[in-house]
Design a protein around this ligand. Structure first.
Ligand code: SIN
Length: 530
């Protein structure tokens, strides 16, 4: 089976496509992509491509806030220590130093663009989230992501050198022998050839591949799949962070109940009404997310009725309605009122740590191809992400990518002999929802080798019988989903230990004795599936 790309050969004749030229193409319009676009020099012609409406981006849905060491009892050193501890030995320490060290500047960057986070009488109102040793999270009520996304989008739209191109799907990344030279996108049903000196993949993660997910279905890792086909190294695909407190709405949407609720005192209760988290972890409700998610599932299995609840009743209506206005309104629409009701919750896929391996400047192993934000694997999160480090990551590494490109940029030159990763017929056009449901079971909070293998076998059986179908974004997305699911499952199978977000029931301990092997898998290995 050809590994790199199995989408379609139907547009071999690249030169027949409409062609547009830019200096830099940024794919993805979440916090990372927009930060890059805004930080590139204004002499550069930039296209920023997005799939959907702004409201579908993971940034937009982020509630809690952005972790940054600016509090009176805090320090960059403590932020680094907390990130490393939660990452369980797999963080790349120099990346963590960059993240925490450049945090205060990232906050200043947002403030200079007009983002004015919530304040109290002492200054910025910092909230606590799991895994943090002090209050460290700046926020805008409980819709921080929406607030930041709108602030950035407003500035992007005013930049004369930046062309936002919406409703577009990244089909493939183009490479010459030694560098990236642009991409193919589908826009309004038509393939367009975008030629550029640099491409930045900031397309987010792949939590949308799970049907139980806090992300939009469109968070399907398409940029990671395209980079992989182009030859980029992919790492850490097995690490999927599940958020412990997710509410299943009437409409079947999974709605996040921010960790800041527990940070401000909300409790977890079993169906007998008892608190149980201290039976599982000394930090109780504020244990790291992987611990809380597993505890919830285990406690639910032990109880008749098997439901776990979030209880914020004691925080009082006045406070809840104001501080958690988005959550309060969504729950009220579903006939739950936080001051009087306990709220049924369960874990759902929330954030993916794996992605395109980069250095500290967002550079990939392919010259002129960069990645940042959730699409990248910089090593800042290790085996588990510290809560609210991801908005910060988008800004810090987005700014670094732009700084590097600004410095490295040379006059636009005509790239030679472009090739794309895409090589074969579209196959595997089984309903993507079947895959998503299967992934929910096989790659859940707790995993089992036999189940990972069974799903891999199912994927290869499906791929034995390719059905040729039209090349369109729906089918590209499905093909990408198959490719990424295989990477995830294979990586999860290879990691025969439990660490952070990756828990194997058949290997429930950390394998520190064989630690070097796992480190090599993490950073030295190109996750190739043959
Ligand atoms: C939350 O608000 O609980 C999510 C924050 C995050 O994922 O970092």
């Amino acid at each position: 089976m050809a590994e790199r790309g199995y989408i379609t050969p139907s547009w071999k004749e690249l030169e027949k496509l409409e062609r547009k030229n830019y200096d830099v193409i940024v794919v993805g319009a979440g916090i990372a992509g927009m930060t890059v676009a805004l930080s590139l020099e204004s002499k550069l012609r930039v296209a920023i491509i997005s799939k959907d409406q702004l409201t579908e981006s993971s940034t937009y849905k982020a509630q809690g806030g952005m972790a940054v060491a600016v509090g009176p009892d805090d320090s960059v050193k403590d932020h680094i220590a907390d990130t490393l501890r939660v990452g369980q030995g797999l963080c790349r320490e120099e990346a963590v130093r960059v993240l925490a060290g450049e945090g205060p500047k990232a906050l200043e960057f947002l403030q200079a663009l007009g983002a004015d986070f919530c304040h109290n009488q002492n200054g910025l109102d910092l909230t606590r989230e799991a895994g943090h040793s002090c209050k460290r999270v700046v926020h805008y009520y409980d819709y921080t992501g929406k607030y930041i996304a709108e602030t950035l989008a407003c500035k992007v739209n005013r930049r004369n050198n930046v062309e936002p191109i919406g409703n577009s799907f990244l089909v493939d990344i183009l490479t010459t022998q030694d560098r990236c030279g642009g991409c193919i996108m589908e826009h309004s049903g038509k393939l367009v050839h975008l030629q550029s000196e640099a491409v930045v993949v900031a397309t987010g993660g792949y939590s949308g591949l799970f049907s139980r997910s806090t992300n939009a279905v469109s968070a399907s890792g398409d940029g990671i799949a395209a980079a992989y086909r182009a030859g980029a190294i992919i790492a850490d695909m097995e690490f999927v962070q599940f958020h412990p407190t997710v509410f299943n709405t009437f409409s079947g949407k999974f709605f996040l109940l921010t960790e800041a609720l527990r940070g401000e005192g909300a409790l977890l209760r079993n169906s007998a009404g008892e608190r149980f988290m201290f039976n599982y972890h000394p930090s109780g409700e504020l244990a790291p997310r992987d611990e809380v998610s597993r505890a919830i599932l285990r406690e639910a299995h032990q109880q008749p009725g098997g439901q776990i609840y979030l209880d914020a009743r004691h925080l009082g209506k006045e406070y809840l309605v104001d501080r958690f206005r988005q959550v309060y309104a969504e729950l009220a629409q579903n006939n739950y009122f936080m001051e009087q009701d306990v709220i049924p919750i369960a874990p759902a896929a929330h954030y993916t740590i794996g992605g395109i391996k980069t250095d500290l400047w967002g550079r990939t192993n392919i010259s002129s191809l960069y990645a940042c934000g959730e699409a990248a694997a910089t090593g800042v999160h290790g085996a588990n992400r510290l809560a609210s480090n991801s908005l910060l990551e988008g800004i810090v590494f987005g700014r670094r990518v732009a700084t590097y490109i600004n410095g490295a940029f040379s006059a636009t030159k005509e790239p030679s002999t472009l090739s794309a990763g895409i090589t074969e017929e579209i196959g595997s056009c089984v309903d993507i929802n079947v895959l998503r449901k299967k992934l929910d079971c096989a790659a859940d909070v707790e995993r089992l080798g036999a189940e990972l293998e069974a799903m891999l076998k199912w994927l290869s059986d499906v791929e034995q019988k390719p059905q040729v179908s039209a090349a369109n974004s729906c089918n590209y997305r499905t093909s990408n989903a198959y490719q990424l699911a295989r990477l995830l499952l294979k990586a999860a199978l290879l990691r025969t230990e439990s660490r952070g977000t990756h828990y194997r029931k058949d290997f429930p301990e950390k394998n520190d004795a064989d630690f070097s092997k796992h480190m090599m898998q993490q950073w030295g290995r190109e996750v190739v599936m043959e």
